[in-house]
Design a protein around this ligand. Structure first.
Ligand code: E4P
Length: 229
């Protein structure tokens, strides 16, 4: 399952873009509000860090059809890459209408705030490139977030749609793994959850053990130093 980073924090984006195999960055109005300041400068800095080839998903703030369409086009023009800039549009009737119009013109639309498989099906029929089901927001209200993603996987496999699933809104690493097992294509994950996906105390103790055993037998030299002799 492909992983995208769900943040607008530049330090986190620089770090994860260097050390982790991330495919891009997603933002939403709340995520951008956490950073504050000049939003346009922030968005261009994110694009500059991840480069032209990786995906950026930016959400519209307008709510009227004409304005959503205008804003979507302006976002893509500003970030300058129609292929790898996706416009996030919430799963409403107006959002579906905008998705139909924009996807016909070749814009990549991520229908977001998807809280049911039914919404995902409609978004796919409207031509969305991605649907973003909110896993934790469902789990938090005792609904089945992971099960909803599994249902969407099945519906999309049956219909043969090109729409991809971008699972979102994770609070635990386990939820991320669970949607991967369910066959989800892509997940967008916060810096905190992404750190938890990699870290393991037994990995740390294993590495410490290797280093101690090596040092006991061979002292301060390294394998590279021996090879370079
Ligand atoms: C994707 O970008 C979504 O907007 C995001 O994952 C929502 O996450 P939250 O439910 O933690 O706000």
């Amino acid at each position: 399952m492909r992983i995208i980073l769900d943040t607008a924090n530049l330090d986190d984006i620089r770090y994860f873009n260097t050390y982790f195999p991330i495919e891009g960055v997603t933002t939403n109005p709340t995520i951008l509000s956490h950073e504050g300041g000049d939003v346009l400068k922030l968005l261009s800095e994110i694009r500059a860090i991840i480069g032209e080839e990786k995906e950026m998903h930016v959400q519209v703030t307008e709510t009227e059809y004409d304005k959503i369409v205008e804003e979507a086009k302006a976002i893509v023009k500003f970030l300058g890459n129609k292929k790898n800039t996706f416009v996030k549009i919430p799963a409403t009737d107006v959002g579906l209408r905008a998705t139909m119009a924009l996807s016909k013109e070749g814009y990549g639309i991520t229908v977001t705030a998807v809280l049911s498989a039914a919404q995902a099906m409609l978004a796919s029929n409207a031509g969305a490139a991605y649907v973003a089901p909110y896993v934790s927001r469902l789990e938090n209200i005792c609904a089945d977030g992971v099960g909803t993603v599994a249902d969407i996987v099945e519906i999309f496999a049956t219909s043969g749609t090109k729409t991809q699933i971008l699972a979102a809104s994770f609070k635990t690493a386990k939820e991320v793994l669970d949607v991967a097992v369910a066959g989800c294509h892509t997940a967008t994950v916060s810096a905190d959850v992404l750190r938890k996906l990699l870290s393991h105390t037994t990995t740390d103790t294993s590495i410490a053990g290797f280093a101690a055993d090596w040092k006991k037998a061979f002292g301060d030299t390294t394998l590279l130093a021996l090879l370079n002799k």
